[in-house]
Write a protein that binds this ligand. Sequence first.
Ligand code: ADP
Ligand code: MG
Length: 348
Amino acid sequence: MRNPTPIMVHPDYGPPGLSDTDPMNATAASSPAPAALPDWAVELKGLTKTYNASGKAAPKHALKGIDLNIPRGSFFGLLGPNGAGKSTMINILAGLVIKSSGAARIWGYDIDERPRQSRAAIGVVPQELILDPFFTPRELLDLQAGLYGVPRAERRTDQLLEAVGLADKANAYARTLSGGMRRRLMVAKALVHWPPVLVLDEPTAGVDIELRQSLWAYVRELNRNGTTVLLTTHYLEEAQELCDTIAIINNGEVAACEPTPKLLGRMDQKELWLTLDRDLGEIPAGLAAYQTELPEPRRLMVRYQPSRNNINQVLAAVHEAGLVITDLSTRETDLEDIFLQLVQARRP
Ligand code: ADP
Ligand code: MG
């Protein structure tokens, strides 16, 4: 990871709690009047990234023209399978990867034209945990605050350590921290300059469930107080629970970007997998109302929409068709199914 160049805390915002209208817009009396708050916390236009060929590896088109607007104040989920391009996108915003073409704005600041302002507006917790093992959490946060030009009086090292549950580890060497603790330390590190946009790249990897809950509680609170949160994950459940808007990115392209309830509406589908007591020649007429598959003579799949039929109705239809079930399981539509649906829908 590149060392961040010193960046001043932008006068448009400051520590949460200084203003009751928009905590990210807190200004000292002497600061210049802040520019109007941007509608979009992050704006991407035609963003592409091609990693150069190396050795035998061909050039990799990791981003193929991303257009995405992340509303100010949202809790935004960027969802996609491994290799989709999520980290590439995040790292471009963080200044760790150089884009190939297109434009990106953070808090209204173009990353090329206003690199200092745009980088001061964002705090990124990268997917890869990189910590100097010989620093303590307190030293690390102080150092980071120094890099961002946060005046000593405005540093809140202890408050941040408290917030991420590391107060009792303030003076422990980073190498003695567990994976979950390191992750939370990285979150604190991303927040030292009180950025209005917080980006978390796959933050729950290696974090145990209890700590995950406290991490989410804290991030939610930040979001309630006005911080825009951008979260990448390949866990649909996580995005579903936390995010108000979800963009699905697949193979370097945005496949969907919708309010979460709308996206979930696409998932109104469940599969009932039945094992039968005898071979089935054909699918009984009584199940014509459902999508069915018979991959093996004794294995029947019935697909239904939970919003229209409950499982009792489906089972009743199976029963009325005279089928005898020896085993059954259900399968929810998952992210992969949505991907497949989206990708297929886009084919001519
Ligand atoms: P995600 O975070 O969604 O898993 P990434 O952005 O890490 O996806 O990767 C997108 C694609 O770009 C993958 O095919 C990955 O192998 C490739 N890639 C990522 N970083 C590099 C790199 N430094 N050099 C070459 N290819 C890369
Ligand atoms: Mg990634």
